[in-house]
Design a protein around this ligand. Structure first.
Ligand code: NAP
Length: 278
């Protein structure tokens, strides 16, 4: 498993594990998937207070293995006041049955002033309840505002939508994050429920590269998305077989010609006015 520097934090597995909707399927399978992922080095587990009962599922999966995990959760914007952020974090810690998060994110920009949320994050760091903090769904104007509030080398990551058919962050968000030492975490790397069909023209190009390496199309997609050293990805898998498939992408490196072929098959497109998000 390759690792990537997590902004101002430690090296973290390039492929991690998402947990949105993980509480909706078979719970045993979900727990087994996360555990299999950990066995195979996918130490970065992403969850959120928004994800229903995902935090308790994660708690079960990481029981007895907390030190192996780089654990991330998120505060909802509606809770991200000075006091509300602290309370939300404490609730997440209880649901996750742990005493600390490795990173805590503002899920998306809301109406509370950023300096309130940052002050709460700082208080949580000082109390040892979170190791560092970051944001999610922040475009460059939000990031500039946050930088002005927080100062340099304080934002660990920006978690954003990124998959083969949605490459908007390549225009400005990735360059901004690279310039400021902020890790880019690609969410919904398989397009949530819209992975390219092998029968489409672009899907055929993807499958041809997968066949040449003897790997799955999803592994090629993950390797493409994480081709830059600033980017990590967090696919969600509900079964151990899917988790194992995704973990193997952590070793796959594509050639320049393959990157070019994927770039042509799934063009980046023009810069949209707003940052796309799910
Ligand atoms: P995703 O990871 O793009 O796709 C998940 C889908 O892919 C599931 O249906 C899963 O099926 C399937 N899958 C996974 N591995 C597979 C494999 N190897 N072979 C075949 N199918 C496979 O979707 P996502 O859950 O939207 O995104 C990933 C994570 O990003 C989330 O879980 C969440 O942690 C995070 N996220 C963050 C935000 C944000 O605003 N910050 C928004 C969306 C998502 P099974 O379940 O059957 O394995």
């Amino acid at each position: 498993m390759q690792t990537r520097k997590f902004g101002n934090g430690p090296d973290v597995s390039v492929i991690g594990q998402g947990t949105w909707y993980i509480d909706r399927g078979d719970r045993k399978s979900a727990v087994a998937a996360l555990r299999r992922g950990l066995d195979l080095g996918m130490s970065h587990i992403d969850t959120a207070e928004m994800y229903g009962d995902a935090e308790p599922v994660v708690a079960e999966a990481i029981a007895g293995r907390r030190d192996e995990v780089f654990l991330v959760s998120k505060v909802l914007p509606g809770n991200a006041s000075r006091r509300g952020t602290i309370t939300a974090c404490e609730r997440s810690l209880a649901r996750l049955k742990t005493d600390r998060l490795d990173c805590y994110l503002l899920h998306w920009r809301g109406s509370y002033p950023l300096d309130e949320t940052v002050a709460a994050f700082d208080e949580l760091v000082a109390a040892g309840k979170i190791r560092r903090w970051g944001v999610s769904n922040f475009d460059t104007d939000d990031l500039n505002e946050l930088l002005a509030v927080a100062g340099k080398e304080r934002i660990a990551c920006n978690q954003v939508l990124y998959h083969l058919q949605e490459r908007a962050i390549e225009h400005a968000v990735i360059p901004w994050c690279e310039q400021h030492g902020v890790a880019v975490v690609a969410y919904s790397p398989f397009g949530h429920n819209d992975f390219p069909s092998a029968r489409s023209k672009a899907g055929e190009a993807l499958q041809a590269i997968a066949d040449a390496h003897g790997v799955s199309a999803r592994q090629v997609a993950l390797a493409f998305l994480t081709r830059r050293p600033s980017v990590l990805a967090i696919p969600k898998a509900g079964t151990p077989a899917h988790a194992a498939d995704n973990a193997a992408a952590g070793e796959l490196v594509l050639g320049d010609d393959e990157i070019t072929a994927l770039d042509r098959a799934f063009p980046r497109g023009p810069k949209p006015r707003g940052l796309p998000m799910l």
